[in-house]
Design a protein around this ligand. Structure first.
Ligand code: GDP
Ligand code: MG
Length: 156
């Protein structure tokens, strides 16, 4: 089981798309371990997007990310990182395939609604940046045995 960090960016809040986007992850079968609304500070945004420092879109990206409240979520599921990235679609809304979150709801190459961790290492780092230990919940979902086949001892 993998964990991943999602940010529903300021445009997702402003465009009232939170419910639709969160529903996709719930309906897919992911477990929400933590979720909150917050406004990202400039220093936090710089830390989160440090791998992009120096690129021409870095400063506008920091302004966008900090401009209004966001919703952050920690999700859990088998191969969650890769599956969530597929569900998000390509980075540019203009290029993202229909059926993906960005493909269905975004046209902009910057205002693209959602962030998702891109590797296990960045997921662990990002969850640590955005959530305190007591804001993350380990609990049993009663339908988990119908989300995955667990009858053989593996998670299939
Ligand atoms: P992601 O992992 O798909 O979100 O993409 P990246 O990690 O490469 O970029 C982070 C964010 O910066 C994207 O989600 C966009 O909001 C923005 N961004 C990335 N590349 C560009 C670019 O070439 N131009 C502009 N304007 N924004 C970009
Ligand atoms: Mg990224």
């Amino acid at each position: 089981m993998e964990k991943t960090l999602i940010i529903l960016k300021p445009d997702a809040v402003q465009r009232r798309l939170l419910g639709k986007i969160i529903a996709r992850f719930e309906e897919k079968g992911f477990q929400i371990l933590g979720m909150k609304m917050t406004q990202i500070s400039e220093s936090l945004a710089r830390k989160h997007y440090a791998p992009h420092e120096g690129k021409d879109f870095f400063e506008p990206l920091i302004r966008y990310t900090t401009s209004a409240p966001v919703v952050v979520m920690a999700l859990k599921g088998k191969n969650a990182i890769e599956i969530v990235r597929k569900m998000m679609g390509a980075t540019f809304g203009s290029k993202a395939e229909p059926g993906t979150i960005r493909g269905d709801y975004a046209v902009s190459n910057r205002f693209n609604l959602i962030h998702g961790s891109d590797s296990p290492a960045s997921a662990e780092k990002e969850i640590g940046i955005f959530f305190k230990k007591e804001e993350l919940f380990e609990y049993n979902l009663t339908d988990i045995q119908w989300v995955y086949d667990m009858s053989t001892g593996d998670i299939i």
